[in-house]
Design a protein around this ligand. Structure first.
Ligand code: GAR
Length: 225
């Protein structure tokens, strides 16, 4: 239990974070949780890759870690079933996809219906899928960014919650642009999780609701430079 601003004690929401790589979003969330800034308890960090660097970072924060390799399973459905069972053993009320680079099957999504969030490195619906920074540069976009959305069966297509815009600079490379987008990812993902943990954000009737109103459009963090 934690008390915010001396107000009523708030239960911490149990979450599990899924990663495939570096885990910078996972770390940003876990560090905010550890400091009490985010009212969640990170019950576990799970990866589809045993070598994911984020697993060691999570372990260093004393968060239980697991890896489950798809190579040990015959097909996507059986992997996703095992992944869902592993997740359920931690009883999360929210599943946080943070650079988890696998498409989840309908069965998995149904198991955690209405309580899976994802972060995607583009201003959705632009640039679903991979290589979003390269595609934004190739298209000479002046504005790029990132999005948090609820996960539904449509790939990178679930209801949007919040987006941060990032101005593209004339001399940007894929890596310089991605670094600035990632900074914004850490901030908007924590914001969305905070809303969810406080019961302010839900997925209802296939739409994102914030403070009891359906979002007609995502909350936008405008680019500042
Ligand atoms: C993040 O940029 C996230 O938006 C992206 O993977 C990166 C993971 O970085 N996710 C996707 O592309 C999902 N479609 P991280 O491991 O440092 O958090």
């Amino acid at each position: 239990m934690t008390s915010i601003d001396g107000g009523a004690p708030l239960e911490k929401l149990p979450i599990v974070i899924l990663i495939s790589g570096r885990g910078s979003n996972m770390l940003a969330i876990a560090e905010r949780a550890a400091s009490g800034a985010l009212p969640v308890e990170v019950r576990a960090v799970i990866s589809d890759k045993a070598e994911a660097a984020g697993l060691a970072s999570a372990a260093a924060l004393n968060i239980p870690t697991r890896s489950l390799s798809p190579r040990e399973f015959a097909d996507r459905a059986s992997y996703d079933q095992a992944l869902a069972a592993l997740l359920e053993s931690f009883q999360p009320q929210l599943v946080v996809l943070a650079g988890f680079m696998r498409i989840l099957s309908p069965g998995f999504i149904a198991t955690f219906a209405d309580r899976i969030l994802n972060i995607h490195p583009s201003l959705l619906p632009l640039y679903r899928g991979l290589h979003t920074h390269r595609r934004a540069l190739e298209a000479r976009d002046s504005l790029h960014g990132c999005s948090v959305h609820f996960v539904t069966e449509e790939l990178d297509g679930g209801p949007l919650v919040i987006q941060a815009q990032v101005k593209v600079r004339p001399d940007d490379s894929e890596s310089s642009l991605s670094a600035r987008v990632q900074q914004q990812e850490h901030s908007i993902y924590s914001q969305a999780i905070d809303w969810f943990a406080r019961g302010r954000l839900q997925l209802r009737e296939q739409r994102a609701w914030l403070d009891d109103r359906p979002l007609e459009a995502p909350v936008i963090h405008a680019a500042s430079d």
